[in-house]
Structures are given as C-alpha cells and as structure tokens.
Ligand binder design. Structure first.
Ligand SMILES: Cc1ncc(COP(=O)(O)O)c(C=O)c1O
Length: 381
C-alpha cells in the first residue's frame, strides 16, 4: 500500500496560496444568506426519501499518512442520484415552481446537475429541457431521459450548451435553473448552493464537535466549494483551512485567485473529471472563494483509476467505497500534498489534523466507472 501511495501519479501539478485570504463569516453569509440555507435544509429534510449520507473514516489511509483523522463524506448515497448535485438543482426547481409558478424548467449540464433538475421536475410534475454538449456520455443522457427530461444535444462544449439553453429558454419562456451565475442571474445559483450546504450540517451533526482542521473541496464553477464554506461559516465555531481542488486543464479558480479577479480558462483538453471541467468561476461562488479559500491546487487525471480501485478494494478504509471520477480528487490531493514535505508543512498537515474530503459522486456513470475500476485494479496490483 505504502508504495502505491508513493507513486508520482499523485503529484500535485500546482499549489497556490491565496494572498487575499480573510475568513469573514458575516461577509460569506452576506453572499449566501442564512435564510436561504435554512429554507433549503427545511425543504430537503422534508422530501420523501431524504436521509443523511454516510461519513466514512479513511483509517487505513490515515495509518500511512499519519494524520489524526481523514473523513470522507460519501455523496454516492445521495437520494438515488448518487451525487451531491441532487441537493442543489432539485431544490432550485422547488423554488421556481413555488415562487414563479414555472411550468417548464431548463438547464445546461455535464450530467449530474441536469439529473438533479430533471428529478426535481419529475417530483413536481413540470416539464424539463436539458442541454448537453457533445462530450456528455450517452449513459448520462439516458439517465436524464429516464427522468422524463427532453435531452437536447448541442455541438461544441459545455459553454455552447449553455448558450443554446439560454437562447431557447428566452424564446420559449422556460425558467432556467443553472448552477452557474452571471451578471443579472444570481438568485437561482444561490438556491442551488444553499441546497448543497446541507452536506455540512450533516457532517457537523455526525461529528458533534468542531474538530475539522482541513477541508479539500473540488471545484468546477466553484458552487459546491463556496456552498461548503458557507455551511462552515453558518454551522461551525472554528475555521478549518479550505483547499480548492481542480483539474490542471480547467483551473479557473486557481487562476482567478492568482490574478485576484475572475479569470477564464480556455479548456483545450477535457478532464475525465467531467463535472469539474469548467472554464469560468461562477460569480456568486467567486465572491466567497476570493477571500475564504486558503489554497488552490490542481491535479492531473493520472491517479483517478488507481484511487477509484483503492477505495473499492477497501485499501483506504474498512468499508468498500464506490466513488466516481469527481469523488476521488480530494483523496488524490491529500495523498499528493502529503508526498511533498514543503506542501505538507505549508498546509500545516500533521498528526493533529482532522481532514474532511468530499466524495462528490458515486456510481453516476456505470460504463465509465467500470473502465476506471478495471484500469485502476491493474495499476494497484
Ligand atoms: C459531479 C460533479 N459535478 C460538479 C462538480 C463541481 O461543482 P461546482 O461546479 O459547483 O464547482 C463536482 C465537484 O466535484 C462534481 O463532483
């Protein structure tokens, strides 16, 4: 095991300290107001099949890395959608149907957010239009069709699918439920983020103390990371270190932190971490991340198969953990940071550290999961 974890596939591509770090709870909760979080939690906790997702202890990984605890929030059990995304889109659909009497909702998606919107629409009996790029797999498209959504494939990348979604929605008066914000479109992304923050409440209910010292947060447009930080600002007394994790070819948060302003990335190579392969940080998320994130780091795709296999083979914990491509980046980053003594010291990771990792997705794409697992099993032999 130790030798597997020493492999250079876990190497961090880049680590950047946020020079503008200043964790201000009031400021954070000004951008994602507490009443949004409270409303989201009340609503989601009342849904028929709601139950908190498990928090695993990666005790075997901890024996090697010699920290105090490594917790892994397993969103693979989030309703039957198997990712934290189930919390955001569906709650926002709830809001626009209730408040704006929407009859048709629309969104552009890499997969999981669309499933959440489609699932929320089906629950409430409204129509749903989903726009996907040419890079979204057919199995993800099918998962949304099974939820009665009308799936529209658009030539080009995610940005092209979003443009087409906005165009058709404006023409047809559909309510857009998008997880990314732009000038003049901020309310719905805030509802979505408020939905995500229930993860943090559940973690705090589980741990019953304020012991978390480090949180690794995956980012695409940054909504999940900013929502988790807002969750800590609302529910936690102490302030852990927040480390943002992105694919090296889609590092829009890291670049923005470096520049001190939102900075686009032209994605030339799509990462396997499809949900995180985003070129622009959401403006609402940016308002939180620009000061509240301590560090940003990027990773390559290389360690994804091995990490999927290590989790599945109970090499990192006593339980078998089924994690998809966007579930493992926190684990990869923690291993990568601990391999590099300078990075480990910079982040102040030591035998007193209690680290939280978010297993953002489980078995959301069976075909891709099988491919990653088989590849990974060969690598960890
Ligand atoms: C499946 C999936 N989609 C998207 C994201 C990124 O979330 P956001 O776009 O809110 O930053 C993640 C985060 O890891 C994810 O797991």
């Amino acid at each position: 095991m130790t030798t597997v974890l020493e492999n250079e596939i876990f190497k961090i591509s880049e680590l950047v300290k946020n020079q503008n770090f200043n964790f201000n709870k009031a400021q954070i909760l000004n951008h994602l107001p507490e009443k949004y979080i409270e409303e989201a939690i009340d609503s989601i906790e009342s849904w028929e099949t709601y139950k908190p997702t498990p928090l695993h202890n990666l005790n075997k990984l901890n024996e090697v890395l010699k920290l105090n605890n490594i917790f892994y929030k397993d969103e693979g059990y989030r309703f039957d959608l198997k990712s934290f995304k189930a919390l955001g889109g569906a709650f926002a659909v709830n809001k626009v149907v209730k408040d704006k009497k929407a009859k048709t909702v629309a969104t552009a998606t890499a997969g999981n957010h669309g499933r959440s919107v489609a699932w929320g629409a089906k629950r409430l009996g409204v129509n749903c239009k989903i726009f996907i790029s040419e890079f979204v797999s057919e199995s993800r498209a099918d998962a949304m069709r099974k939820l009665d959504a009308d799936v529209i494939r658009v030539k080009g990348n995610y940005d092209s699918s979003l443009k087409e979604c906005i165009k058709q929605s404006t023409e047809n008066n559909w309510e857009i439920v998008q997880d990314v914000s732009w000038d003049g479109y901020k309310e719905v992304p805030k509802y979505i983020m408020a939905g995500y923050s229930i993860m943090i409440k559940e973690i705090i209910d589980d741990l019953k103390n304020n012991s978390i010292t480090h949180v690794f947060l995956q980012a695409g447009v940054g909504g999940m990371a900013a929502a988790a930080i807002a969750g800590f600002a609302k529910f936690y007394e102490t302030t852990p270190k927040f480390i943002i994790v992105e694919p090296e070819d889609a590092n829009c948060v890291l670049k923005s932190i470096k520049q001190g302003q939102p900075t686009s990335v032209d994605i030339v190579k799509e990462s396997i971490m499809g949900g995180m392969s985003c070129g622009d940080v959401s403006t609402v998320a940016w308002e939180i991340l620009k000061n509240a994130s301590n560090y940003c780091l990027t990773i390559s795709d290389r360690a994804i198969p091995s990490t999927v296999a290590l989790l599945s083979e109970k090499k990192l914990s006593n339980e078998k953990i089924i994690s998809g491509e966007c579930g493992v980046p926190g684990v990869i980053s923690l291993i990568g940071v601990c391999q590099n003594q300078n990075f480990k010291e910079a982040l102040d990771l030591n035998s007193k550290s209690n680290v939280l990792l978010i297993g953002c997705e489980g078995l959301t794409d069976q075909i891709l999961y099988n491919k990653l697992l088989n590849e990974g099993l060969e690598q960890i032999q």
